[in-house]
Design a protein around this ligand. Structure first.
Ligand SMILES: [Zn+2]
Length: 472
């Protein structure tokens, strides 16, 4: 046993010890090159890189140019660095909806103030109405919700996802809050569509369903929902690969990514309306770019291939990374680890200054952080361990989860989870600590290299229930 442990230690020490070739490559990452990338991506000209927008597309072209500079191999079907997705923005029609319910104490007609979330027009006649409450909803299987018209008094938040994925014909929520207009939402039509949900603030409806027992009711529904308005658009993930050198392991992959989109322009009046998103996530994007540029110079490539990616649509619900996971340009079952880089430049973390340190979301979900530790520490970067609940709470909030759901040990790595201008208008490029960032990005890149050179691959921690569900 002891013997095995000391062998393992030796192995990780060996990975920590960068060769002269690797040292020279890491030196190519500099504070000024990171600053140049961030200042451009976060400039007002790009108008906050909303998905979709012209600013987003300019950013994509810039990142592709940097991947070209690094010498990465393009792997999109058309031989470019851009994996272009066709999507639509759907906005629910403001009018033309009608719900009528018969068979209760009195007939109810709802045709105003409806908040409709639908992907297509819907017409139903004399449908049986089923009532659920939080409890009965939690206990039901998807098959029990399938093809039903369902009324609910309120929507328990945890049930939202279950409901969306159920194949119910229609879900009607008697909300206690007035319905706000629905903003446009992005729909990937290559994915299965979600069933329609209508939320309406109506005391009449609430009263009518309040006293009903759960399950099948005496009510019948006639429904008409107008089709949403659709605006098609295209957006691109930027992808390049550094082929590994080992005849077998080069067919396996370490993934590293950042999202290059942000929140666009604020609808509120003001002198500064642009969400520049310098730290979130021009900093992660610059880190991916400069890591690629550094490793592109290696004379001795690592054993495994490294895939560098920049995703659109993270702020709109991880849309770009989910698109890649659904339409992968590599064999995803051969990906051994995935790192998403977020918020790498600001050191003013709410828990205190974060100097020469990184944090992993879901820090104890897998042994990936432990495997990267020797290389990080050799570069002067320590892993900051938060309380495990705080670290876990950020796990599902970034692109890493798109890959975790495919069974790949996948974490997001940041310097600060939370900093003062997070999702604010003042997330500007001149507030980042580029000297610290240089050290940190060199460390991350060394860590990435150590993963790509390691014949062992990271494993989920199956003792942790939150992580075990990703293990395949
Ligand atoms: Zn982000």
């Amino acid at each position: 046993m002891k013997f095995t442990i000391s062998l393992l230690l030796c192995a990780s020490m060996a990975f920590a010890q960068a060769t002269a070739d690797q040292q020279a490559a890491l030196q190519r990452i500099t504070a000024n090159s990171l600053k140049g990338d961030v200042a451009f991506l976060a400039s007002d000209l790009l108008e906050g890189r909303d998905t979709p927008s012209a600013g987003l597309n300019i950013a994509a072209e810039f990142i592709a140019a940097q991947f070209r500079r690094a010498g990465l191999e393009p792997i999109a079907p058309d031989g470019s660095y851009l994996q272009t997705a066709s999507m639509v923005v759907q906005t629910s029609a403001p009018k033309g909806h009608r719900i009528s319910l018969r068979g209760g104490e009195k007939d109810i007609v709802l045709d105003e103030g409806l908040l409709v979330r639908n992907e297509a027009a819907l017409q139903l006649k004399e449908e049986i109405v089923w009532k659920f409450d939080a409890e009965s909803l939690r206990k039901s299987t998807p098959a029990e919700l399938k093809d039903k018209v369902i009324v609910l008094e309120t929507l328990p938040m945890q049930a939202a996802r279950q409901l969306q994925q159920s194949a119910a014909k229609l879900i009607i929520i008697a909300s206690r809050m007035p319905s706000r207009g629905a903003a446009g939402r992005i729909v990937d039509k290559s994915r299965p569509s979600y069933g329609p949900i209508v939320s309406v603030e109506s005391a009449e409806l609430r009263d009518a369903i309040h006293d009903l027992p759960t399950g099948r009711t005496q009510m019948l529904a006639d429904i008409r929902l107008a089709a949403p308005e659709e605006k098609p658009f295209q957006a691109s993930n930027v992808v390049g690969i550094l082929r590994g050198s080992d005849p077998e392991l080069s067919n396996t992959f370490v993934l590293v990514s950042a999202h290059y989109d942000h929140l666009g322009i604020s609808p509120r009046e003001g002198a500064d309306r642009i969400f520049n998103g310098a730290n979130d996530d021009a900093s992660g994007t610059a880190s991916v770019i400069e890591a690629a540029y550094a490793l592109g110079a290696l004379k001795q490539r690592p054993k495994r291939s490294i895939v560098f990616m920049a995703f659109f649509g993270e702020e709109k619900g991880l849309i770009g990374s989910r698109y890649f996971a659904g339409h992968p340009l590599i064999a995803l079952d051969k990906a051994v680890a995935s790192l998403s880089l977020e918020q790498i430049g600001r050191t003013d973390e709410e828990k205190g200054p974060a100097i020469k340190s990184v944090r992993f979301t879901g820090q104890d979900f897998s042994d990936l952080p432990t495997m990267m530790r020797p290389a990080l520490e050799a570069a002067g970067v320590k892993i900051e361990l938060d309380d495990s609940e705080r670290s876990a709470s950020f796990f599902a909030r970034s692109d890493n989860v798109s890959f975790a759901e495919k069974g790949i040990p996948a974490h997001t790595l940041c310097v600060a989870y939370v900093y003062p201008d997070y999702h604010g208008l003042a997330d500007h490029w001149d507030k980042l600590d580029y000297t610290n960032m240089e050290t940190v990005v060199r460390g991350i890149t060394a860590g990435l290299l150590s993963l790509a050179d390691n014949t062992a691959s990271p494993k989920w921690n199956k003792d942790n229930p939150a992580a075990a569900r990703f293990a395949k």
